[in-house]
Write a protein that binds this ligand. Structure first.
Ligand SMILES: *[C@@H]1O[C@H](CO)[C@@H](O)[C@H](O)[C@H]1NC(C)=O
Ligand SMILES: *[C@@H]1O[C@H](CO)[C@@H](O)[C@H](O)[C@H]1NC(C)=O
Ligand SMILES: *[C@@H]1O[C@H](CO)[C@@H](O)[C@H](O)[C@H]1NC(C)=O
Ligand SMILES: *[C@@H]1O[C@H](CO)[C@@H](O)[C@H](O)[C@H]1NC(C)=O
Ligand SMILES: *[C@@H]1O[C@H](CO)[C@@H](O)[C@H](O)[C@H]1NC(C)=O
Length: 356
């Protein structure tokens, strides 16, 4: 008799326990449960090239993107690349020169990034900032990160450089709350370093830029020692330019007309496969794209990450589903217009030249 009562009691108690024990919610890291145990370096992230240079206007000459920063992030972009120049005494994100394209102040950009991070606590984000004027990380850059509230969200490695296989997992970065990784292409290892701004080329190598060859031949373009090539992460600079004035060095601009093809799965996978032998057989950690809202960059990243495209995050990462401001005929018109302007400028320059 007793054993039966005991059994009933045990069953009742365990049922009660099961009901009160909170069931652990499946954890997601960058939208995927399987990423939580992956190293930061062992995930392929889609990056937005010149992320600040967005415009819906097909006549904006120097744009590289069509959609704004919050939209890029909501599509699934997890590396934002930018280029900064001093405009007066305020640091702005500009394309080559602030007269050509002024993307606004670095501080207002960083505040947008902070807003995204606050609203998305399970996301790890990389910032790749180009510092062509060689501005001081400690005295120019860091105060802006402080003002935007980003400094204490930034990952600081215990020592530099970090080998490809020595980065923390996404799960541990989210646990510690340090889930932003910031690289500067220059000066981070210069005279005025700061621990939150990391030197890019000692940990990441890049393929060449200003590519006009749609086959994207792969080579290591920019890298810095002492780590071996395969001990770096790598970035494929997968934006195709078009030469609109094929005379002399030419004039190259990003080409939205080619973006659906360039940002297609076959083109990105082919580029990644070309590079894999240089990258220790691994996929690129970063796929840097123009016009992230066009093509299928996020699906290509899913393939490179070996994850199913039906994951919970993929619906919001379906770039082709967003009805962006893109218009093919607008882009064609833009190209024709620029071509005519530049041809006119060239003729004028030649005419002036022959006068003096
Ligand atoms: C991650 O590791 C797997 C297994 O070694 C590899 O196939 C994949 O290419 C790696 N991805 C990256 C971005 O390192
Ligand atoms: C960063 O600072 C804020 C405000 O002081 C604080 O709430 C937050 O917990 C800090 N985060 C980390 C990762 O230290
Ligand atoms: C990628 O290519 C563009 C031009 O095609 C170049 O401006 C840029 O420096 C390259 N690298 C990065 C990280 O943007
Ligand atoms: C483009 O790249 C491919 C692959 O490396 C190469 O075979 C081809 O010659 C290149 N084309 C031009 C015009 O450079
Ligand atoms: C992406 O959107 C297109 C158009 O709405 C749809 O046909 C396709 O099934 C979607 N793909 C995914 C992976 O959600």
């Amino acid at each position: 008799m007793l054993p039966l009562h005991l059994r009933n009691l045990v069953a009742t108690v365990s049922a009660a326990l099961a009901a009160t024990t909170p069931t652990k919610r499946a954890r997601l890291c960058n939208g995927r449960a399987e990423f939580c145990s992956r190293l930061y370096s062992n995930v392929t992230y889609v990056g937005a090239h010149d992320s600040f240079a967005f415009s819906a206007d097909p006549f904006a000459l120097a744009r590289d993107q069509e959609v704004d920063i919050p939209t890029q992030l909501s599509l699934g972009v997890r590396l934002l690349q930018v280029q900064a120049h001093m405009n007066g005494n305020v640091l702005h994100f500009c394309h080559t020169s602030c007269n050509l394209f002024d993307g606004g102040s670095v501080l207002s950009y960083l505040k947008l990034v902070k807003t995204f991070l606050d609203a998305n606590p399970d996301e790890v984000l990389t910032l790749l900032f180009t510092n062509p004027e060689g501005l001081s990380p400690a005295t120019v850059w860091k105060p802006l990160f402080d003002a935007a509230g980003l400094t204490n969200l930034t990952y600081v490695p215990p020592s530099l450089p970090v080998k490809q296989n020595a980065w923390p997992t996404l799960g541990s970065m989210l646990d510690s709350g340090t889930r932003v990784v910031v690289f500067l292409d220059s000066q981070a290892d210069g005279a005025h370093p700061t621990p939150t701004l990391l030197p890019e080329f000692s940990m990441i190598w890049e393929t060449p830029f200003s590519v006009t060859n749609a086959s994207f031949p792969c080579s290591v373009d920019r890298i810095h020692g002492p780590l071996a090539t395969e001990e770096h992460m790598y970035l494929i600079n997968h934006s195709l330019n078009t030469n609109i004035i094929p005379i002399g060095d030419g004039v190259i601009i990003p080409d939205p007309l080619d973006a659906p093809h360039t940002n297609g799965v076959p083109s990105i996978l082919a580029h990644a496969n070309e590079c894999a032998p240089l990258g220790g057989g691994r996929a690129p950690s970063f796929v840097l794209l123009d016009f992230v809202n066009l093509g299928a960059g996020f699906q290509a990243a899913d393939v490179l990450n070996g994850v199913s495209p039906t994951g919970s995050a993929s619906a919001s990462r379906n770039a082709t589903a967003t009805s962006g401001p893109s218009s093919q005929s607008g882009a064609a018109l833009q190209r024709n217009l620029i071509q005519s302007y530049l041809t006119l400028a060239l003729i004028l320059a030649l005419a002036l030249g022959s006068l003096v």
